[in-house]
Design a protein around this ligand. Structure first.
Ligand SMILES: C[S@@+](CC[C@H](N)C(=O)[O-])C[C@H]1O[C@@H](n2cnc3c(N)ncnc32)[C@H](O)[C@@H]1O
Ligand code: SF4
Ligand code: SF4
Length: 384
């Protein structure tokens, strides 16, 4: 691999922008590819209108250099849409991010652990801080909705994931924290689901899945391993799960189960939406995305690049986020609790007047009260 790709470059010369005056984002979604080998029914992959493609490594380097040199984000995630482990240069990309000391998070559907078993060892050895595996559909019946390639049978998929998790637990050199994610389709009064869907819902179903996966993943860890909690302690932790919420249950210091409610992707599939006119969103203030072609977007919800803020091929990220009009106006609007962009109006609305109003008021309460309190109580709160 050429040294120029992996070694950090000298700081980008942007003399017109004073260093240190920029706000640090909570996270940047750096979409290395929007190609995916799954067609999950809960994901807008199938309705995405963008051309499919991979990020050019020169552009990736430019993005990572700027994020690292100017400390632009606490977390860098290698997805917005797409499956990052399908990106042909993924292990170079991970190396590039780690060489720049970025806090890299990889969210993957986990399918390549079976399809390309060499990924297991490479990922364990990569030094990546966090990997989230979107198991989502934890049994053969629910796996049907993933639109997986026919050659990948559910047991092969589950086995590949278990083998990666166990290899990571067994490695003395790896400090990677792995989250195994379960989709929770318990009806929620505040969220508008993407579409009616039943995966795992209610306490009983989720408890069954959490227990089965906990047993499966920890089966290779010796009973007297210092990281292994007692059976009673594990049962206590799993029983603490409450359905319909984003929740993280630690099994060991390197492994957690995570439940996540079904989301609407900004009401993308809803036939009726009462649009929002006020509210707050952290797009461009605490998060942003860079699509594989360099288009900068305000958030992870903008899967089709409908709110283009600028292109990284032409400008620096700091110019796009902090100097140019599209991002500044969007942010200024949210700071005054105004929702101006039509995509945002739809995203923050809901199917009934009452629910829409509740979501608008709720967005302010969530971002301005609940979120800061939760972050103080739990430093990992809201991480991707
Ligand atoms: C769009 S995917 C991209 C990364 C990778 N392909 C994966 O599946 O992990 C990012 C995350 O969004 C989750 N996701 C997709 N649609 C969702 C929905 N409607 N509700 C909640 N999570 C969803 C995925 O399962 C995954 O954890
Ligand atoms: S959720 Fe991930 S794996 Fe599923 S279709 Fe979307 S991008 Fe692909
Ligand atoms: S309101 Fe706008 S910026 Fe915020 S998540 Fe929705 S689409 Fe993104």
């Amino acid at each position: 691999m050429p040294a120029s790709i992996t070694s950090p470059a000298a700081p980008v010369s942007t003399n017109d922008i004073p260093v240190g005056t920029n706000h640090q984002l909570e996270r940047i979604h750096l979409e290395v590819t929007n190609v995916c080998n799954f067609k999950c029914e809960f994901c807008p992959d199938a309705i995405m209108e963008r051309k499919r493609g991979h990020m050019d490594t020169g552009l990736l380097k430019k993005a990572l250099d700027e994020i690292a040199n100017y400390n632009l984000a606490k977390i860098v995630a290698f997805h917005l849409m797409g499956e990052p482990l399908i990106y042909p240069h993924i292990f170079e990309a991970i190396e590039m991010a780690i060489a720049r000391r970025l806090n890299l998070h990889l969210t993957t559907n986990g399918s390549t652990f079976h399809i390309r078993p060499e990924h297991i060892e490479k990922l364990v050895a990569s030094g990546i801080p966090k990997v989230t595996i979107s198991l989502q559909t934890p049994d053969p019946d629910t796996f049907i909705i993933r639109g997986a390639p026919p050659k990948l049978k559910p047991e092969q998929y589950f086995d590949g994931i278990a083998r990666y998790v166990q290899a990571n637990l067994a490695s003395e050199h790896s400090n990677t924290r792995v989250h195994l994610k379960f989709l929770d389709t318990t009806p929620h009064p505040f969220l508008v689901p993407h579409k009616a869907m039943h995966v795992v819902e209610g306490k009983e179903q989720m408890q069954k899945q959490l227990h089965e996966w906990c047993d499966r993943l920890l089966s290779s860890l010796p009973a007297d391993h210092p990281d292994r909690p007692s059976p009673a302690e594990l049962s206590r932790r799993l029983a603490s799960h409450r359905p319909g919420r984003w929740q993280v249950i630690d099994l060991t210091p390197k492994l957690a189960l995570e439940t996540f409610p079904l989301d609407s992707w900004g009401n993308v599939e809803s036939t009726t939406v009462i649009p929002a006119s006020f509210g707050y969103c952290n797009g461009t203030t605490d998060q942003a995305g860079i699509l594989y072609d360099g288009t900068v977007v305000p958030c992870c919800k903008d899967y089709d690049g409908k709110i283009p803020l600028g292109n990284l091929n032409e400008y620096s990220l700091r110019e796009i986020l902090y100097q140019q009009k599209p991002a500044c106006s969007l942010r200024e609007g949210f700071d005054k609790f105004q929702v101006t962009n039509p995509v945002c109006k739809r995203c923050m609305g809901a199917d009934t007047k009452q629910k829409s109003l509740l979501r608008q008021v709720g967005s302010i309460a969530y971002f301005k009260l609940y979120n800061p309190i939760m972050k103080k109580l739990n430093p990992g709160w809201g991480e991707v």
